[in-house]
Design a protein around this ligand. Structure first.
Ligand SMILES: *[C@@H]1O[C@H](CO)[C@@H](O)[C@H](O)[C@H]1NC(C)=O
Ligand SMILES: *[C@@H]1O[C@H](CO)[C@@H](O)[C@H](O)[C@H]1NC(C)=O
Ligand SMILES: *[C@@H]1O[C@H](CO)[C@@H](O)[C@H](O)[C@H]1NC(C)=O
Length: 190
């Protein structure tokens, strides 16, 4: 008798918790957005967008940054992978070689990234930005966190996947192209 009434009370509590959860879920709306664009990075020449600013370059920066290198960039954001595709913004930030090659199984420096994707006039997100942080691990795609965004993307967080697409060979300037795929969500009051 005692135990069955205790069971009834427990079921009742569980049922009300379930009802409460349903009510809470119903008052929020989860929005998702997927954004894809390409980084065009020019290394060298008068119009270079990538600069080894300080540090200890122990290897060719055409290949990658070395442990201790501090790199700044102000790269071009384009709709597509072709150098003639529409420019839709800039991607500016820093990269620092933070993990020694000898500390890694693949003998490659890990590079810590702090960057902002800045959408311009030709983009549907004109005036908006996406912040990106993380450490590049080999192999691609590299997964980076998006702690926040502004403008039309205010309130969105999530992650971005970056993948190298192409790299010119021969004499500088080198052009490196990367594809970015962002998966962002925002939860707001219904
Ligand atoms: C650098 O950019 C300027 C302005 O867009 C352009 O006129 C010039 O041809 C470029 N130089 C090189 C080497 O690409
Ligand atoms: C890692 O790099 C060092 C220095 O260039 C080299 O001596 C060593 O053989 C490399 N190790 C591997 C596993 O590639
Ligand atoms: C783009 O955004 C800027 C800054 O927010 C604004 O001044 C400009 O009018 C916008 N242009 C278009 C075409 O939306």
């Amino acid at each position: 008798m005692r135990s069955s009434s205790a069971l009834a009370v427990t079921l009742c509590i569980l049922a009300s918790i379930c009802r409460l959860q349903t009510a809470v879920e119903a008052t929020f709306l989860k929005k998702t957005v997927q954004i894809t664009h390409y980084t065009h990075e020019t290394r060298g020449g008068p119009n270079g967008t990538f600069l080894l600013a300080a540090g200890t370059p122990q290897q060719d920066l055409g290949v990658g940054a070395a442990f201790g290198s501090f790199v700044v960039y102000d790269n071009v954001m384009r709709e597509g992978a072709s150098p003639t595709s529409q420019m839709i913004g800039r991607i500016a930030g820093t990269a620092v070689g933070v993990v020694k090659p000898s500390s890694t199984p693949d003998n490659n420096t890990r590079v810590q990234i702090v960057m902002q994707h800045i959408f311009g006039e030709a983009s549907q997100y004109n005036g908006s930005t996406i912040d990106v942080v993380g450490i590049f691990f080999f192999n691609p795609p590299w997964e980076m966190r998006v702690p926040g965004a502004t403008g039309k993307l205010r309130g969105y967080t999530g992650y971005g996947l970056c993948q190298p697409i192409s790299q010119t060979t021969g004499a500088p300037p080198l052009l490196l192209v990367y594809r970015w795929d962002f998966y962002l969500t925002k939860t707001e009051d219904f």
